[in-house]
Design a protein. Structure first.
Length: 195
């Protein structure tokens, strides 16, 4: 069994979720990170080749998560079935996600805020809902980037310069900006996404 050393702000997995690890030879977090990143790279290639259009749906978000983590976790693409240290009650995930998608569609149609702000707020709310047992930040960042590219024909966010899945200054700044957004202050997040 892998002993997880979670980076700041990461959501711990429960025993059942850990037992969903597909590659049984993994013994360190470093190995797990490499496997997950390889799988995410495959998902990025899939996005580039398929150019998905209808992204603001539960089905697409589950499919993307499965593409990102399906070679690593048996439960990839499946909403979490337990409450965590962050996120809505797991029973509310489908309702809250539908509300978010409806809200974002309306905001895009009505152009009620700048495009970068739409994507940043979308990302923040996805993280708040916390759809999956693991990979929520990476999934939400990729969803925001896809939103920017597909709806606004804008380049993806830069998200700092470091790997946000690991501890470091950029991760600390990222977590701090999300916490500010939790309090209604989106300025730190807006600065961070293009840093």
């Amino acid at each position: 069994m892998v002993e997880f050393d979670y980076p700041q702000g990461a959501t711990p997995l429960d025993r059942n979720e850990i037992e969903g690890l597909i590659p049984t030879h993994i013994t360190t977090c470093g190995e797990l990170d490499r496997w997950e990143q390889d799988n995410i790279n495959e998902a990025l290639a899939w996005i580039d080749s398929h150019k998905p259009k209808d992204i603001l749906t539960e089905a697409f978000m589950k499919r993307l998560h499965k593409r990102m983590f399906g070679n690593v976790w048996k439960w990839a693409g499946t909403f979490r079935r337990s409450d965590k240290n962050i996120g809505v009650s797991w029973r509310m995930i489908p309702n809250d996600l539908k509300q978010l998608c409806d809200d974002i569609k309306y905001i895009i149609e009505e152009k009620t805020m700048p495009e970068d702000e739409i994507a940043a707020r979308f990302h923040h709310r996805l993280v708040q809902i916390h759809l999956f047992p693991n990979g929520n930040g990476r999934h939400a960042r990729l969803m925001a980037d896809i939103l920017l590219e597909r709806f606004f024909e804008k380049p993806p966010f830069t998200w700092g310069r470091e790997n946000l899945a690991q501890s470091g200054d950029d991760r600390t700044q990222y977590i701090t900006s999300l916490q500010a957004a939790d309090r209604g202050d989106y300025e730190p997040l807006m600065r961070f996404v293009r840093s």
